[in-house]
Write a protein that binds this ligand. Structure first.
Ligand code: FAD
Length: 482
């Protein structure tokens, strides 16, 4: 095959595209990567001698999950204990643990409301309205009016905790932004939902994609085709393509596959493309939202929580906020709220017994990125000790690492979700993935998680899109060779 192909981005989708092309005879491939590493939102980093993931972490599901299919016989992943029940402990602001039998019941009920697709669609409107209505209806049915503790916890769980869970899965700033009627819905792969990569991190998949695993002698020379620290700033497309980088370098090819996040496209699209993008493409870029979720990993000198606790969460109601707010300086308030309210939970990681992973999402996920490590650590430890300090003697962590997906100009967010606004604008993954053609020849192609209509926000979804665009070119060349 003779096509000269430029791929922008060496994340999961870019490497998948390059591999498929290479295996089908396309040898003239250049991968331009803005960062000084490959992997993109797969970011497995060294944390005091252990490998930790501050981006993609788990393989979600088995059936139809391309990652699972590729690694299931290679002894690389194990089901995480995190999803085993019980394991989730909710702490209250007075330092005690909530009654676990009760919280398990409430959680089950809330999950059933979330997963009830028929009622969700029937209700219409924002997801927040639907959840509020349906959850309260079921709570009233499930508990007698004498069960005051159940009602008190049901309220705080619904208002303050479940909301955070929903916007972890769909990283909007608020769950009012989520729609109940969108034709685009995330379709999970069946099977166990949380496989971890033991102590090697999700970056292992990059070696699987490029065939270094299972047999290093069969490695395809894909990583050698990556040029790091090459930030693409301009794309001139006619019947071929010229790609300019911020350091002034220029690359020419027959086709370019763009795999950058939709956040990067939002920033680039007005000035980078010559000629400008057609309106359907602009609409999809502007309309598909990219949310921010950040991770903070804390390494403790010893594991201070018992084995049966795998997830530490906090339940607090609106009126308890004042007690917390007064402990924080004004600069750490965001729209009158304090950032620690958006700590979703702290979870244990099977392969790293002394580490807890804190999730920060919602309206302050981006804001937290501006705070120093010291302030983030102080905030997390304050909340942990306030809620769980009565039951446990919590030592000071020895180290912290964290992600900054929102402010990094090469990502500008974590993963996409479906919003009511996206639905209103009729922005779609389909339009985002449609290539720009000149005389029937696909010149600019689009891959990356946001271009997947049903498995967005995952590594497996991203990889599928890379293979999809590679296949598009392979088909184009095989048809035109006849
Ligand atoms: C905190 C977090 C947790 C997650 N957890 C999971 C999980 O548990 N399981 C799961 O399946 N998925 C998870 N995901 C999602 C998953 O990581 C992503 O969907 C996937 O890695 C995206 O791959 P991609 O190739 O589409 O994009 P990217 O990985 O973003 O690759 C695009 C590449 O383009 C580069 N780039 C950007 N701009 C330019 C430019 N101008 N010029 C050149 N190069 C550029 C970037 O540096 C990047 O390397 C998580 C993501 C985050 C952030």
């Amino acid at each position: 095959m003779s096509g000269k192909i430029i791929i922008v981005g060496a994340g999961a989708s870019g490497l998948a595209a390059a591999t498929r092309l290479y295996e089908n005879g396309f040898k003239d491939i250049t991968i331009l990567e803005a960062e000084n590493r490959i992997g993109g939102r797969i970011c497995s980093v060294d944390f005091d001698g252990v490998v930790a993931d501050i981006g993609g972490q788990w393989v979600h599901g088995e059936k139809g999950n391309i990652v699972f299919e590729m690694v299931k016989d290679l002894d690389l992943i194990s089901p995480s204990k995190l999803s085993e029940n019980p394991g989730m402990l909710f702490f209250l602001i007075d330092g005690t643990a909530a009654d676990q039998t009760l919280t398990d019941r409430l959680l089950k009920l809330a999950m059933a409301v979330m997963e009830d697709k028929i009622n969700t669609k029937k209700h219409g409107g924002s997801f927040a309205e639907y959840f509020h209505f349906e959850y309260n209806k079921r709570i009233r049915k499930e508990f007698s009016s004498k069960e005051l503790e159940a009602f008190r916890l049901a309220h705080s769980m619904m208002e303050e905790w479940f909301k955070k869970f929903i916007i972890l899965l769909n990283p909007a700033e608020s769950w009012e932004q989520l729609s109940t009627t969108s034709p685009y819905v995330f379709q999970p792969c069946e099977g166990h939902q949380m496989y971890g990569w033991r102590n090697k991190g999700y970056k292992t998949i990059l070696d699987v994609i490029t065939k270094t695993i299972p047999d290093p002698s069969k490695e395809l020379p894909i990583k050698h085709k990556v040029i790091l620290n090459k930030e693409v700033t301009k794309i001139l497309w006619q019947d071929n393509v010229k790609v300019e980088c911020s350091d002034g370098s220029l690359y020419c090819g027959d086709h370019v596959i763009l795999t950058v996040s939709v956040g990067v496209l939002k920033n680039l699209h007005k000035n980078a493309f010559v000629p400008s993008l057609p309106s359907f493409k602009v609409n999809s870029i502007e309309g598909i939202p990219l949310g921010v979720v950040n991770k903070v990993l804390l390494k403790f000198p010893k594991k201070w929580w018992p084995d049966n606790i795998r997830d530490i969460s906090f339940l607090w109601s609106e009126d308890q906020r004042d007690e917390i707010i007064k402990e924080f300086p004004k600069e750490e308030l965001f729209n009158g709220r304090v950032w620690v309210e958006n700590i979703f939970s702290l979870t244990s990681i099977d392969s790293h017994p002394n580490i807890l992973l804190a999730w920060i999402n919602g309206p302050t996920a981006r804001f937290v990125e501006q705070l120093s490590d010291e302030r983030v650590l102080a905030g997390l430890m304050f909340i942990l000790r306030k809620f769980a300090g009565q039951l446990f003697d919590i030592p000071e962590p020895e180290g912290l690492i964290r992600s900054k997906w929102g402010t990094n100009p090469h990502f500008r967010g974590s993963y996409v979700y479906v919003s009511a606004d996206m639905e209103k604008r009729q922005a779609s993954a389909h339009d985002l993935s449609t290539p720009l053609e000149v005389n029937g020849k696909p010149i600019v192609l689009f891959a990356g998680e946001a271009t997947h209509a049903s498995r967005f926000s995952t590594v497996n979804g991203a990889m599928e899109t890379g293979y999809r665009e590679a296949d598009r070119l392979i088909n184009f060349y095989s048809k035109n060779a006849k």
